[in-house]
Design a protein around this ligand. Structure first.
Ligand code: ZN
Length: 124
């Protein structure tokens, strides 16, 4: 495992990914180890450490990332009827390269965060 999967593997092309959307500044692809049935990640092409540490990059670059997040999330919402968007910070953040998760469906694993969500689900 590398500490920056995005720079080292996905953006470098070392690991082949299934691209969902891309612009000059932003790259969106299907997660290689999905946590949800629909799991897309959206990242800036340049290295930004996190949402709260832009590494000296202008916030306008985050806005460009969010434009793609919005576009991808809308596609997922239309297709599946529901979607979630999240970015992790601090110890929640595995790879220290800003990335937004766009996901839909029930998570494959269970953790504290998903327990409270599960309580609001209608029985199938
Ligand atoms: Zn990076």
């Amino acid at each position: 495992m590398t500490s920056d999967f995005y720079c080292d593997e996905a953006l470098s092309g070392k690991t082949k990914v299934s691209i969902v959307a891309e612009t000059d500044d932003v790259f969106a692809f299907h997660h290689t180890r999905p946590f949800w049935p629909v799991h897309i990640v959206v990242v800036p092409r340049v290295h930004i450490p996190s949402l709260t540490d832009l590494g000296g990059h202008p916030v306008s670059l985050v806005h460009k990332v969010l434009e793609v997040v919005t576009q991808v999330a809308k596609q997922v919402e239309v297709e599946h009827g529901e979607a979630r968007v999240l970015t992790n910070l601090g110890t929640y953040q595995d790879s220290k390269h800003l990335h937004f998760h766009v996901a839909s469906g029930e998570p494959f694993g269970r953790n504290i965060d998903t327990e409270s969500v599960a309580g609001s689900q209608e029985p199938v």
